[in-house]
Structures are given as structure tokens and as C-alpha cells.
Write a protein that binds this ligand. Structure first.
Ligand code: CP
Length: 336
């Protein structure tokens, strides 16, 4: 794809070459994300970060990524704080905001809403998650993490065995991850979920069409055996009609150190897009795994910064100018 000036709305728009370019750019940005170097390559540019659903990682990491490239960030964190609450359309909101910004990141509870918003925008729009549909930047950082983790065990994405566990019906991160995994050969995927929260049929069909080997099960012990990657997910309570309906499924797919030790191969990587639900009734990823070296969840969140810096660099056309504008820093002492 041509990155310059493009929206990032769905994983569907990428091919393998695009993914390789994003990952190569992300690797080049590591000294900047880890504060060994700074750049002001986006000095004067403005990001509007429009989040109409709760977020910690996506909103702050997109904002930090833009700041680390030298740009400025304007934010809205709820519908009630905008004129959408007064009946303004997404079209008008988009048309107006694109006059104030060089790029917009948007999260919204309705599937398809970010694509609709992008139609009226005169600047690139990035989908920060639209309802139960997609979360493309999450899938890119997840795949980048899968690649790094597997490489550290002398494996690679091709031929990998991955278990996707939890709410596969409403989990937009899983939907986007499935789509990006379809670009790779010889992958096998275990889909581990309660029957009512299975991956949508159209995605299962697409995976099979791409010759990805699929096993569907409701048994977490069967699901987590003989895989390289465990990708846990939260029950997406906010997508259910009410919280008591969601609570029926909480705690059904829980992983802790004991279950991991008994059922998983050594060095099985544990991932989660986060947030994990750490309340007792849910607890899909127990905190007793926090010291497990195979728990990759914080490496995953750190990688989000690199991937989001790479996306801004590519769509704003500055990826090849970053090194020229780099300077070293003397104020930063490395975090442990
Ligand atoms: N993974 C993710 O989208 O997290 P946030 O909801 O905190 O942004």
C-alpha cells in the first residue's frame, strides 16, 4: 500500500511487504522510544486523539508516540465533552477536526464508525478500535511481539502454533490478529472460548480458506497444550446487553501459574492485549504469573509505542528523515 497520507482503518489493507516495512521502521525507532536519542521530526504537527470509549494503552501510547516524534497532541476522552453530545454528526466533527489536525486517532463504540468518520476527514485517520470490529494497531503490535518472542526461542511466525483464548466473539483485537495471521504460512490456531463467545463464522471461514489449521475447543487445558503462544483475552463486558449476562462467562477461561506449569510446553509465551480483568470473578490472567519470564504482556505494551511511532512516521512521510534530525539525550537514566 501507499502509506503516505493513508488512513489506517483495517488490517485488510496490509500485505506482507507492508507489515515488513512497519516492523523495520519500528526497529529503527527503538533508540527514540527508549530515550537514547530524540527527534523533532514532527515539530509543528498536531494529533487529535479522539477517544469515545475508555482506554489507557492505546490513547496514551499514540499520544506519547506522537510527542516522541516532536508533535503535539490534543485529546478528547468522552462523547459528553464534545459537540456530538449536542447532536453534531460524525461527518461534521470529522470535517471540522481535520482543519485543526495533521492526523486523527479515533476510538468509538460502533463498528464501522471510524471508517465513516474518515470519509469526511481531510487528514489521515487511524482506527483506535471501533466497537467489536477491529483494532488494527493492536494487531500490528501483537504480531511484532509474537515475532520478537518467537525469535528469542529460535522460532518464527511461519509454522507457529497459537492459542486464542476467551471472548473471541466481541474481541476486536483478536479479530484483527486473525486477519494479520492469515498473511503467514503453516500457522495453526486453537480457538478456545465458551460456545456462545466463539470467533465469528466469517473469520473462521477465512482462516480455513487460507489453509490455517483450526481447532475449536471450550477446554482451556486442551487449548493451551502444545502451542508456542497463548493469547488470553478479557470478557468484553461492555459489548453485552448487561453485566449479569457477561458475568456468566467470567472466570471460565482463567490461567494461573499452576495451570500453566501442568499443561503448557516450557517457554510457552503468554500474551494479552490488556486490560486484564483482575477482579476475583474474572481473573483471566492471574497475577501469580507476574514473575514468569514468559509473560510478555509488558513487552507487548512497550512494543505498542514502536509500532505507533512507525505508523505516524510512514503515513506522515518522515520515516526516512528521522535519523537526520536525531540528537542524543543526557537527561534520561535508563528505567529498570
Ligand atoms: N489494548 C487496548 O486497547 O487497551 P486500552 O483499552 O487500554 O487502550
Amino acid at each position: 500500500m501507499e502509506f503516505l497520507g493513508s488512513n489506517i482503518l483495517s488490517i485488510d489493507q496490509f500485505d506482507r511487504k507492508d507489515i515488513d516495512l512497519i516492523f523495520k521502521t519500528a526497529d529503527q525507532l527503538f533508540p527514540f522510544a527508549s530515550r537514547q536519542k530524540i527527534t523533532r521530526v514532527l515539530q509543528g504537527a498536531i494529533l487529535s486523539n479522539m477517544f469515545f470509549e475508555p482506554s489507557t494503552r492505546t490513547r496514551i501510547s499514540f499520544g506519547s508516540a506522537f510527542n516522541m516524534l516532536g508533535g503535539e497532541v490534543r485529546e478528547t476522552t468522552e462523547v459528553e465533552a464534545t459537540s456530538l453530545a449536542k447532536g453534531e454528526s460524525l461527518y461534521d466533527t470529522s470535517r471540522v477536526l481535520s482543519g485543526y489536525s495533521d492526523v486523527i486517532v479515533m476510538r468509538h463504540p460502533l463498528a464501522g464508525s471510524v471508517a465513516e468518520f474518515a470519509k469526511a476527514s481531510r487528514v489521515p485517520v487511524i482506527n483506535g478500535g471501533d466497537g467489536d470490529n477491529e483494532h488494527p494497531s493492536q494487531a500490528l503490535l501483537d504480531l511484532f511481539t509474537i515475532k520478537k518472542e518467537l525469535e528469542s526461542h529460535k522460532k518464527n511466525i511461519e509454522s507457529s502454533r497459537i492459542a486464542l483464548i476467551g471472548d473471541l466473539k466481541f474481541g476486536r483485537a483478536v479479530h484483527s490478529l486473525c486477519k494479520v495471521l492469515m498473511l503467514y504460512e503453516n500457522i495453526s490456531i486453537k480457538l478456545v472460548s465458551p460456545n456462545e463467545l466463539k470467533l465469528p463464522n466469517f473469520l473462521v471461514g477465512e482462516l480455513k480458506k487460507r489453509n490455517i489449521s483450526i481447532l475449536e475447543t471450550q477446554d482451556i487445558k486442551e487449548g493451551i497444550a502444545d502451542v508456542d503462544i497463548l493469547y488470553m483475552t478479557r470478557i468484553q463486558e461492555e459489548r453485552f446487553n448487561n453485566s449479569s449476562e457477561a458475568s456468566k462467562y467470567k472466570g471460565l477461561m482463567s490461567l494461573n501459574q499452576e495451570i500453566y506449569t501442568k499443561n503448557c510446553e516450557p517457554n510457552t509465551v503468554i500474551m494479552h492485549p490488556l486490560p486484564r480483568d483482575s477482579r476475583k470473578d474474572a481473573n483471566e490472567l492471574d497475577e501469580d504469573l507476574n514473575q514468569n519470564p514468559n509473560l510478555a504482556i509488558y513487552r507487548q505494551t512497550d512494543n505498542g509505542l514502536l509500532i505507533r511511532m512507525a505508523l505516524f512516521s510512514l503515513i506522515l512521510g518522515v520515516a526516512d528523515k528521522i535519523e537526520d534530525t536525531a540528537s542524543s539525550v543526557d537527561w534520561f537514566s535508563n528505567k529498570s
